[in-house]
Design a protein around this ligand. Structure first.
Ligand code: ASP
Ligand code: MG
Length: 409
């Protein structure tokens, strides 16, 4: 008997009818002779609504309270799913993350899974019961409930699949796979039949809708992950080990695999920073202490022992970040400190880039020809990211998708 781990996202569980619909799919998977464990997200926009409620009552809710509050969203959908299955005559049981054996560290709001003991889940599966696990949460050593960060149910699903030694993890969502670009922005974007972990990790980190840590975890254990539609019966995308040298895909190895984007990006620049050991640490330590997560960091070569230090972050954190860095800037005698909001990232991703020159200049030329100004550039081995004005993000994505012929198979 195969063990199947399926995850269903919030939009697929938006109301009672949708839960019933998913329950039928789960029942079918079990009827086909599988042991089935299901990981669920909170219904619809529940998590956003809970955050808004908390914000309406407190300017800085305790992280511990926040986690216990947010964990309830997934508890609701797991219990309702179990009830729907039982109603259909399928034995099933719901479990919170703690009951499913998910132990985490103590970092409330962005906890990492440190251990997953699948004994109880396995016992229920062996008895023929479908287990519905509340995603996105676990419990720490103090027995406090923690959450894994927004979108964390993907990571729960992969962790459960690894612990149960499942053949693969199936992520069912409202998009039917991974596309070469967001189809809402690029109408001729193409669905990928497969993609390697490395490329998927870059896509997930820079915009595609999956929790990046789920990809890291899957890559580490070489667990194949299928991303497919929760409603339509069409082939999805298999994220798996495609072979690092791309030999089996000679035709496409020199190509950009995907164009991705992020909106709501802000940048903070500290100017006239002394080029001395320890300065960067003094800038970023208070940001960490304030729990502000920074995305990319760029430090310039210095002129006359003075340099500029820029970093990007999510727009919603920019006011707080500016407060913190202004204070530090005064302490370290920097010239000044400015923030730019309403920016966005566009990235091209592909393992083919690491062996072939010219991708960067082609990207910059394409953006230049469209009159799009580049505010900052960052790269990895297999990704080039340009920071641009938020209003030009969609156009930039379309232009790059076109320029690199990403839509062509
Ligand atoms: N409900 C949580 C969120 O919206 C976790 C998830 O859906 O994966 O971020
Ligand atoms: Mg998600």
């Amino acid at each position: 008997m195969a063990t199947l781990v399926q995850k269903y996202g919030g939009t697929s569980l938006g109301d009672a009818d949708k839960i019933k619909f998913v329950a039928q799919r789960v029942a079918a998977a079990r009827a086909a002779g599988n042991d089935v464990a299901v990981v669920v997200s909170a219904m619809g926009k529940t998590t956003d609504a809970l955050i808004a409620l908390a914000d309406s009552l407190s300017s800085s809710p305790e992280p511990r309270e926040m986690d216990l509050l947010l964990s309830t969203g997934e508890i609701v959908s797991s219990t309702l799913m179990a009830m729907a299955l039982r109603e259909m005559g399928v034995p099933s049981i719901s479990m919170g993350g703690a009951q499913a054996g998910i132990r985490t560290d103590t970092a409330h709001g962005r906890a990492s899974i440190v251990h997953l003991d699948p004994a109880r889940v396995r016992q229920e599966l062996d008895a023929g019961t479908v287990v519905i696990i509340a995603g996105f949460q676990g419990v720490n050593d103090e027995m406090d409930i923690t959450t894994l960060g927004r979108g964390g149910s993907d990571t729960t699903a992969v962790a459960v699949a690894v612990a149960l030694k499942a053949d693969r993890c199936e992520i069912y969502t409202d998009v039917d796979g991974i596309y070469t670009a967001d189809p809402r922005v690029v109408p001729d974007a193409r669905k990928l039949a497969e993609i390697g972990y490395e490329e998927m990790l870059e896509l997930a980190t820079y915009g595609a809708k999956m929790h990046p840590r789920s990809i890291e975890l899957a890559a580490w254990y070489k667990l194949p992950v299928l991303v497919a539609s929760s409603t339509k019966d069409v082939p999805g995308t298999l994220i798996h080990d495609t072979g690092s040298d791309g030999d089996n895909e000679m035709e496409i190895s020199n190509k950009v695999r995907g164009v991705t984007y992020e909106r709501n990006v802000a940048r903070v620049t500290i100017r006239g920073v002394a080029d001395n050991p320890g300065i960067s640490a003094r800038v970023f330590e208070p940001l960490t202490a304030a729990n502000i997560s920074v995305d990319t960091i760029v430090q310039n070569a210095s002129t006359a022992r003075l340099t500029d230090l820029s970093f990007t972050l999510e727009s919603r954190d920019v006011t707080q970040a500016l407060e913190v860095t202004r204070r530090v800037a005064t302490d370290i005698g920097a010239t000044d400190c400015v923030a730019h909001d309403h920016l966005g990232n566009v990235s091209i991703v592909g393992t083919g880039m690491q062996n072939a020159p010219g991708f960067a200049s082609r990207m910059f030329r394409a953006l230049a020809d469209a009159g799009i100004n580049i505010e900052m550039i960052t790269t990895s081995q297999i990704r080039i990211t340009c920071l641009v004005d938020e209003s030009q993000v969609a156009e930039a994505v379309r232009i790059l998708h076109d320029a690199f012929e990403v839509g062509e198979a």
